[in-house]
Structure formats: C-alpha cells, structure tokens
Ligand binder design. Structure first.
Ligand code: 3HC
Ligand code: NAI
Length: 699
C-alpha cells in the first residue's frame, strides 16, 4: 500500500515467525527526509498499528542507501509538516516494534530516525554517522540526546563534533546497532531484518526505547569529561561555532530529563540554523559536488582504467603523491634520477608513515603494506606498464619537456600523462609529445598525502576522457578535484600571489609581519604568510650570487635568516620549543629598504591589512572567472578551502566576497586605486558589472 509519493508498506510473512510490515522508502538519490518521506513515515505508524496481523515493522530503503539525512535543499525554506521529530516520536511510541534496516549510509536525520526505532540492524558494509557539524548545524532530530545514551558520552562527543562515519562493525561494538546482517544472506537485508524483528517479538523483548537509557554514568565516573574534551578538540575546531554547541547539547543529555534535553537541542539547533557559518558550510556542501560537473563532459563519459600509477621524482611532492595512491591501495612505480635521491625519497615516505603509525592513525602492519605497494627505481622503463604517470620533477620547463618526450616514447598508448607543475604551461608540455590529448595537469598540494585538493588542469588538447579520468581517480584516492584552465599559477597560486604581493608591500609601508599573520590567523587561516615562508624556507628560489638586497626576503637570506631551519627568518625561533617570537631587526631591515625605495612608512590598521590581503585575491578570482580559467566561482572556493586552509565556515573567498558585499568591495578597490597603485587595484570588469547589477559571483 502506497502511503505517500515515496513511502509504501508491504505485508511480509516469515514462515514460522509471523507477519511484519516492510516500510519502503524510495526517494532517490539518497532517500533524504523530504516532506513526502516524512508524510509517508507518519502514516506508516498507524497503518502498522491498525493491521491485526502485523507484529512489527521494518524500515528499509530502496536504492543505494538508507536515509542519508534531512533534505538539505529544504533548509532555509519554510518547513512543511509533518515535523521530523514528530514522526520520530510516533515511531518511538508505536505499540508495535519498529526496526531500522540499514544499508549504505545512515546519516544525520537518517541515523536519528533509526535511533528512534526500537531495534537497528545494519548491512556489514553500512556506515553510520551524524555529519551535521560539517554543515555548521547540530543533529537536531534527537541525535545529541539519543547517541550518548546508546554509545556513551565520550564516543558520542567524538562522533557528533567530528561528523565522521563509523562502520557497522564498530556500531555493533558500541551498541549503536543490535546486529549486523548481510545483504547476501537469504532474502537479503530486508528478510534478515524481518526475521530479527519477529524473533524479538517472539522472545518478548518488548519496545526498548533509547530515551529510557540512563545517560549520566560516564560523567559519574569521569566528572571532567566535557572540559577535557573541549581542550582536546580546541585546535581542530578553532573558529567553528557548531562543535561547542554540539557539546552543550550532549551536556544537556546528561543533565536533563530526555524531553527537556530535546527541547534544549531544538533551541540550540535554531541558533545554528540561523548562523552565517551554517549558510557558508551548506553552500560548500553543494559547491564540492558542483565542482565534479563539467558542462561539456557528461557524467557518463567512460573513464580510463587505472591500475598501476607511475610517479616521476621522489621529492616533496612525488613522495606525498605516491603515499596518496598507496593509501588508496594502488601499486606505484617511483622513478628518480639517481639512487641517492630515490633512497632519500623512500626514507622520507617511510618515516612519514611511521610517524602516522606512532600517532595511532594506522598499524605497523599497514605501514609495511603501503611501503610494499611502492616500487622504486631509476629506470624510466618501469613506467611502461603504468596507466597513469604523474611527473613531479623540478619546476623547470626544459626538464619537464625532456621528461614528457621520454614518457611519450616509453608509456603505453592510452596512458594518462599528468604534470604536477605549480605554474608552467601544460599546453607547452603536452606539445612535446605525439599525444597531447593524453596530457593533463594534476596539481596536488603539499603535503600531498594529506591535502585534499587536486587542481585538474585542462590543456587545450586534453581529451574529455583524460579529464574525466583525472577527476575520477582524484576522487578514488579521497581527494577533492576542481577543474582549472591553463595560466600562470592556475587558480589557487595565481590568487595567492596577489595576497603575497600585498603582504610584502604592507610590511614596507610599515605593517608588522606578525600583525599581518595575526590578522589572517584570526580570520581563520591556519597560518599567516610570514610564518608560512619561515616554515617553507625563505631561500626557495634564492640565489646567493645574484642576491642584491632588493627585497626584504633577499635581505633576510643574505643574513642567513632563511626561516625556521636556521632558527631565524621573519621570526626568531626558540631552539628548545621552536616557539616563534617577533624580531625588531626585521623591522629595521624593512625600514631601511622602504627608505631606499622611497616608500613612506605609516601605522596600518587591521582592517586595511585584511582588506588588502583578501580583496586583492578576490579581484584576481573575478578575473580568473571572467577568463574562464575556473568554470564557476564555487570551484574557486573549493580550491581555497581544500588547498589553502581557507576556513570553510566562511565559504571560500568568492562566497565571502558576496557576503561582504560586492558594491562595498568595488568602492574599496576604487579607493585603493586612487591611493596606491592604479593598475594593481583596477577592479575586475566582472566584479564591477556584477556589483552594479546587484548580483553575486557565487550564486
Ligand atoms: N539532502 C539533499 N540532497 C542531498 C543530500 C541531502 N541530505 N545528500 C546528498 N544529496 C544530493 C547531492 O547534492 C547530490 O546531488 P547531485 O547529484 O544533484 O549533485 C546527490 O544527492 C548525490 O550525492 P553525492 O554526490 O554526495 O553521492 P555520494 O554517493 O558520493 O555520497 C552521501 C552519498 C554519503 C549520502 C553524501 O551525499 C552525503 O554525505 N550526504 C549528506 C549527508 C548529511 O549531511 N546528512 C545530514 C543532513 S542534516 C540533517 O540530517 C539534520 C537533522 O539532524 C535534523
Ligand atoms: P623537490 O625538489 O622536492 O623534488 C623534485 C625531485 O625530482 C627531486 O628528488 C629530483 O631528484 C627529482 N628529479 C629531477 N629530475 C628528474 C628526472 N629527470 N627523473 C626523475 N626524477 C627527477 O621538488 P617538489 O617540491 O617535490 O616539486 C616537484 C614539482 O611539484 C614541481 O613542479 C613543483 O612546482 C610542483 N609542486 C610543488 C609543491 C610544493 O609545495 N613543494 C606544491 C605543488 C606542486
């Protein structure tokens, strides 16, 4: 019987056990709790109650997943009844037991629906979690009240504030589910779940309700549980509002009776829904998914089969890229120019793995397993069998051309050839091969085994399936790809360059490097530009012979202030603690250089620092968009969030610019153009036009 557009109930008889109602949800693609799903579920409870034969109900979903949460597209709009919490209350109070049969992912409101049921059974490949925090909200469907009751406060805090999914095995261990069933067993998950429910009835297990479980046993045993947890996650959650509010809800679960806890959760949930951070994070959710779509390359474009990956160069990037593939189970052939460089590269990879193992990220066995996937050598012929080769040799056009010429001769036809270049022209590199259609850029970010972004660079001759393959293989290794066109520095570095230009200029005009770093750190960036330079080393690309004290960086290098590695750079570093401290000598040098260049120094406020650093890169972003180097403003945001640590709660530079106000930005740019460098501060035409039309760049 159809109960709503997407929910139906079917009578199911299990010989010897009795009859249950299978309540099918069918709302592709992810069975989100859209209005008609809520309506159908609300109708299911009385339908099962009324049926004299049905002894229990099993909630089960069609398609690839159990309910993956609320329908995010409904957020910010008036919500039509029935309310999801009302549906949960009805299920919880049902006179006949409800069982959630979970496959795929039970996420957010989906897992909350399952926790309102009396029993939960999951397929062994299922994953469960409360990812709301990633959208800047909290699990407002009773998740913060029921999860701690089921799995205990420590695990609930961890799951709710991280948003990470857990496996069915772990869920069983924690008591979040009652049993693991297999889709492969007789009749599949549905039948297994029905047998479980009917047996529960036969065994007189009644109607166990999560709300009735005692919630404060953990706190009795460990009264500082919340303060300890807050301290532990402080660094990871800096700047985000939602995690702290999630913790307050779990505190309420411990301190208040269930219904009062629910009321507190609802009240705090409303504040987060109204928080601009949540708007930004929801925007980002759809931005990441939009970035996968390329208008002239349909989603069903066949991708090339990638089984073995080759990496050329085992330096900083080659090593990290090799790790990223090995982590995902791909065998990798690494080719270096000589034995020493290879040994050094492989030793670094091993020590990185061992450090992760020491931190408990994986086991020593897994270190060996991953190292076992890496096959190093100095003979390029090892790349003949690779389906994808990523070049990560020095940033030198002549070298890259030579290497691609060799790859063209060695690799099999149809192999995808990618360069990890940061700035160079992918068309020029592709042109030295007889198959530029197979050549793309895959620009990873350092450390490549950690950072999520891959800028997939589309050369003018790159084939559609080459691009589709680069995008899909990036996702297969857990990265977030975004398509970019060819230009100096592509999207991210080209915008970063403008910010760097301003940061350096501000110092000459009298701003202090540590003030600039502080302003950007407080904005939410992981580190300011000067701390970053000190970390990377000021002498990257510096040449002692040609150094002529023409920039502050040169002056610092000339004094052997080459960054953290020499104990001094823009900052001085405590040899024992490595703590950074400002150093007046740097300001003396800046003053000296400003004097030589005829730049007058003045006091510069935080607002100007922030505006000059951010608006210069936003303006560049608008030019990039206009030139078609990025397909959409939201792709630029995906790039900055995943490659440069831009705080996701500010949505990315283009979204941030829209929220800041494009007309306000144009006014500031015009003011800077009049006061500083007119060319530099010329507002991008797209920015000016969009502002004049009252539009937005990010949609
Ligand atoms: N609402 C609306 N649309 C959704 C959605 C949701 N909850 N989840 C996914 N979608 C859409 C995506 O936008 C995408 O649309 P598109 O094809 O038009 O781009 C489509 O469904 C498929 O999604 P994915 O490309 O992400 O598919 P995957 O198979 O890679 O991943 C998934 C599936 C793991 C379910 C992933 O989509 C996901 O993580 N979804 C979000 C889950 C979530 O955050 N749930 C919590 C929602 S908030 C909530 O429940 C509030 C409650 O506590 C009160
Ligand atoms: P690196 O100097 O750490 O490593 C380069 C490696 O290439 C060296 O180990 C060198 O021995 C090897 N090599 C040189 N010629 C070779 C050849 N003919 N065959 C095999 N190996 C050869 O440099 P890094 O930082 O790893 O950069 C590599 C590339 O990645 C460059 O194009 C760079 O612009 C790009 N990149 C660098 C990033 C970074 O943060 N370091 C970020 C993103 C891209």
């Amino acid at each position: 019987m159809q109960l709503s557009q997407s929910v139906a109930v079917e009578r199911r008889e299990e010989p010897g056990l009795g009859v249950a109602g299978a309540i099918w949800v069918d709302n592709p693609p992810v069975n989100a709790l859209s209005q008609h799903v809520r309506e159908g579920l609300a109708a299911a409870v009385p339908a099962v109650a009324r049926d004299p034969e049905m002894q229990a109900a099993v909630l089960v979903c069609r398609g690839r997943t159990f309910i993956a949460g609320a329908d995010i597209r409904e957020f910010g709009k008036p919500r039509l009844p029935p309310d999801t919490n009302e549906v949960r209350r009805m299920i919880e109070k049902s006179p006949k037991p409800f069982l959630a049969a979970i496959h795929g992912t039970a996420l957010g409101g989906g897992l909350e629906m399952a926790m309102a049921c009396h029993f939960r059974v999951a397929d062994r490949n299922a994953r469960l979690g409360l990812p709301e925090v990633k959208l800047g909200i909290l699990p407002g469907g009773g998740g913060t009240q029921r999860l701690p009751r089921l799995v205990g406060v420590p695990r609930a805090l961890e799951m709710i504030t991280s948003g990470e999914h857990i496996t069915a095995a772990e869920a069983l261990d924690l008591g979040l589910i009652d049993a693991v069933a297999s889709s492969e067993e007789e009749g599949g998950l549905e039948a297994g779940a029905i047998r479980f429910a009917l047996r529960a009835v036969a065994e007189g297990r009644g109607l166990p309700r999560v709300r009735d479980i005692e919630s404060h046993r953990d706190v009795r045993e460990n009264p500082t549980i919340f303060s300890d947890f807050r301290r532990r996650i402080a660094r990871r959650t800096r700047g985000f509002n939602a995690p702290e509010v999630c913790i307050q809800c779990v505190e309420a679960a411990v301190e208040l009776p269930f219904d009062e806890g629910l009321a507190r959760e609802a009240e705090l949930s409303r504040t987060l829904h109204a928080d601009p951070q949540s708007r930004a994070q929801r925007y980002y959710f759809f931005a990441e998914r939009a970035a996968r779509k390329i208008p002239d390359i349909p989603a069903d474009t066949p991708v090339r089969d990638i089984r073995r990956v080759g990496v050329l160069g085992a330096g900083t990037m080659g090593g990290g890229i090799s790790m990223a593939f090995a982590n995902a189970g791909f065998p990798v052939s690494i080719v270096e120019q000589n034995r020493d460089a290879l040994d050094r590269g492989l030793a670094t990879v091993r020590s990185n793995y061992e450090r992760s193992a020491a931190r408990g990220r994986f086991t020593i066995d897994q270190v060996e397993e991953r190292m076992g996937l890496l096959d190093g050598g100095t003979d390029q012929n090892a790349l003949a069998e690779c389906d994808l080769v990523i070049e990560a040799v020095f940033e030198d056009m002549e070298l890259k051309k030579r290497v691609f010429g060799q790859l063209d001769r060695i690799t099999r036809s149809g192999a995808l050839l990618a360069t990890n270049t940061s700035y160079l022209d992918v068309n020029e590199i592709g042109a030295v091969t007889g198959r530029p259609e197979d050549v793309v850029g895959m620009h990873f970010f350092s450390p490549a085994n950690i950072m999520k972004l891959v800028e997939v660079v589309r050369g003018e001759k790159s084939a559609a399936d080459a691009i589709a393959t680069a995008m899909s293989i990036s996702r297969a290794i857990g990265k977030v790809p975004a398509l970019v066109g060819v230009c100096h520095g592509f999207v991210g570095n080209r915008m970063l360059f403008q910010r760097r230009l301003q940061a350096d200029r501000l110092v000459l005009e009298g701003a202090l490097p540590w003030d600039i770093d502080r302003v950007l750190y407080d904005f939410g960036m992981p580190m300011g530009p000067f701390r970053m330079s000190d970390l990377a080393g000021l002498d990257v690309g510096w040449n002692a012979e040609t150094s002529s004290s023409s920039t502050l960086r040169e002056m610092l290098c000339e004094r052997d202030r080459r960054g953290q590695k020499t104990g001094r750079g823009y900052y001085v570093y405590d040899p024992a603690t490595r703590a950074a401290a400002p150093d007046p000598e740097v300001m003396d040098l800046a003053r000296d250089l400003a004097g030589r260049l005829g730049i007058e120094q003045r006091e510069i406020g935080d607002e100007e620092i922030l505006n000059r650093c951010l608006l210069s890169s936003v303006n560049e972003g608008a030019k990039i968009l206009q030139e078609g180097i990025a397909l959409r403003a939201s792709d630029i945001d995906v790039i900055w969030i995943n490659g440069y640590g831009w705080p996701v709660y500010r949505g990315g530079p283009m979204f941030w610019a829209d929220e800041f106000g494009l007309d306000r930005i144009v006014d500031i740019l015009d003011d800077y153009a009049a006061r500083f460098d007119a060319d530099q501060w010329q507002a991008a035409p797209l920015l000016r036009e969009t502002a004049a039309a009252g539009g937005r760049l990010s949609g």
